[in-house]
Design a protein around this ligand. Structure first.
Ligand code: NAD
Length: 500
């Protein structure tokens, strides 16, 4: 029987009233396993209304109460890691260990949220003028929304809601319709942890649901993570509707390899970062830029390693890489490889046409490695989001930096070198939000913030860390005078207020 995934509104599941459902497919078998309800405008309105009602008490609840619930949620999340990872693998296709990794990185943000009292301490200046003190506090915004992509169905929602609810907001999540089950499990665990009804809600669906959140007058802020065209649209639309917005977009992450680098370490890193999660990571390395004469050796070392990757269903413990999310996406990824030679690239490994015995209807593609890719090739210019690594050749460090900085994307980037001076220069000169030095996927830990530059992020705030707390709160400054009983009345003074 086909499983049905419903919305979660006001602390309980809400059957899809619109009568519209979308299919959820197991990427390893190509079989539709689940129907997910698509929310109508009325259903989104019901979720926002539940969140607004809940905000009346949650927004003024004590920090002790909020963090106590988050600590309980953390324990439940820890206990259910495997179950959540299984849900992810069944709908996304990534291998179990990778799914566990995403739950672990989400848990890091819950850790941060458990200690939100430290971040919300505020500031106090005493005696700024005679008997005058100034306090700066931060308060929640109200109902906030999160719209998330398919590639991290548990982690990316957890980049958002733990901080949002810890700071006193209530939340409406619109997860990806392609792998919706993990978000529902998170909702159930939050309820089990004692979160009051309506503080966390989930509406599934497509553009109808998203557009309603973007225009709803009671939604005060929108966090989005997904592809660049949609991120740009979300930022423009939600901003025009007066909302605070952070919209994280797509990427094309480069790894610059200098001639003095440890080439074995660089090849290991390039293969792990390019083909992990079948390249469906916003921080995947998709372009290696080889400087000087090392190109041939580096490509050979990458090829040797990449060829050995074991591809298979995500729930098979021997698999290192699973299938892609949909057949249509697989075909699109394949088209970049098929077209690469005509665009001037050398196809070193061609993963198109790959299949796994016994799972012939799965969304499989093998490993592709392209060398001497010109910057004019579509395989270089577009975010492919699949297991395709391009190698580009340059003569100098300066040429490499110029090439990377000319990309419209600026999410993550890495340099591999033994030269500290070059690495330091790279950190300052490169136009990207997250930089790795001998680290290929420099995803910041939970207490730092995550975010790109240029077309990889629209808005002023990166996500989680201090930026997350800032995004989900607004500042208030309170200036207080308590006169001493012995003070003479100040008298009327129409002059500009001065501190003295
Ligand atoms: P997507 O942009 O297609 O979808 C993201 C969300 O937007 C989903 O919830 C989807 O339902 C919704 N959506 C899709 N089309 C819409 C439309 N026309 N109007 C309104 N809403 C719409 O992204 P995806 O394919 O789910 O995820 C992959 C993309 O996300 C990649 O580009 C990847 O780089 C990016 N991503 C970025 C980060 C980051 O931190 N920068 C992290 C993860 C993923």
């Amino acid at each position: 029987m086909t499983k049905i995934v419903n919305h979660w509104i006001g602390g309980k599941t809400a059957e899809g009233a619109s009568g519209t459902y979308g299919p959820v497919t197991d990427p390893a078998t190509g079989e539709v396993t689940t129907k997910v309800a698509f929310a109508s405008v009325a259903e989104v309105d019901a979720a926002v209304a539940a969140a607004k009602d809940a905000f009346a008490s949650w927004g003024i609840s004590s920090l002790a109460k909020r963090t106590e619930i988050l600590f309980r949620f953390r324990a439940l999340l820890d206990a259910h890691r495997d179950e959540i990872a299984e849900l992810i693998t069944a709908e996304h296709g990534k291998v179990h260990s990778d799914a566990l990794g995403e739950v672990a990185r989400g848990l890091e943000i819950v850790d941060l949220a458990c200690g939100i009292n430290v971040q919300l301490k505020g500031e106090l200046s005493t005696q700024v003028a005679s008997r005058v003190d100034v306090a700066a506090i931060r308060q929640p915004l109200g109902v906030v929304a999160g719209i998330t992509p398919f590639n991290f169905p548990a982690m990316v929602p957890m980049w958002m809601f733990p901080i949002a609810i810890a700071t006193g907001n209530t939340f409406v999540l619109k997860p990806s319709e392609k792998d919706p089950s993990a978000s529902l499990k998170l909702a159930e665990l939050l309820a089990e942890a004692g979160l009051p009804d309506g503080v966390f809600n989930v509406v599934h669906g497509d553009k109808v649901a998203v557009d309603r959140l973007l225009e709803h007058p009671d939604v005060k802020a929108v966090s989005f993570v997904g592809s660049t065209p949609i991120a740009r649209y979300i930022h423009t639309t939600a901003s025009a509707n007066g909302k605070r917005v952070q919209a994280l977009g797509g990427a094309k992450n480069h790894m610059l390899v200098l001639p003095d680098a440890d080439l074995d370490a660089a090849a290991d890193a390039a293969v792990s970062a390019a083909y992990g999660s079948a390249g469906e990571r916003c921080m995947a390395i998709s372009a290696v830029v080889a400087v000087g004469s090392i190109g041939d050796t580096l490509v050979e070392k990458i090829r040797e390693r990449a060829e050995k990757i074991k591809i298979g269903p995500g729930n098979d413990p021997t698999s290192e890489m699973g299938p892609l999310i949909t057949a249509a996406h697989r075909d699109k990824v394949a088209s970049y490889v098929t077209g690469a030679a005509a665009e001037g690239a050398e196809v070193v490994l061609d993963g198109t046409g790959y299949t796994v015995e016994g799972f012939e209807d799965g969304h499989w593609i093998g490993i592709s490695l392209l060398d001497k890719v010109p910057t004019s090739a579509k395989a270089y210019q577009d975010e492919i989001f699949g297991p395709v690594l391009s190698v580009l050749r340059v003569d100098t460090y300066e040429e490499g930096v110029a090439l990377i900085n000319a990309s419209p994307f600026g999410n993550g980037t890495a340099i591999f070198t033994r030269d500290g001076g070059a690495a330091r220069r790279f950190q300052l000169e490169i136009e990207a939000g997250m930089v790795g030095v001998n680290v290929p996927i420099p995803v910041p830990v939970g207490y730092h913030s995550f975010g790109g530059w240029k077309d990889s992020l629209f808005g002023d705030h990166h996500i989680y860390g201090n930026d997350g707390t800032h995004f989900y709160t607004r500042g208030k400054v309170v200036t207080t005078r308590w006169p001493d009983p012995a003070d003479a009345p100040a008298g009327v003074d129409l002059g500009f207020p001065r501190n003295h």
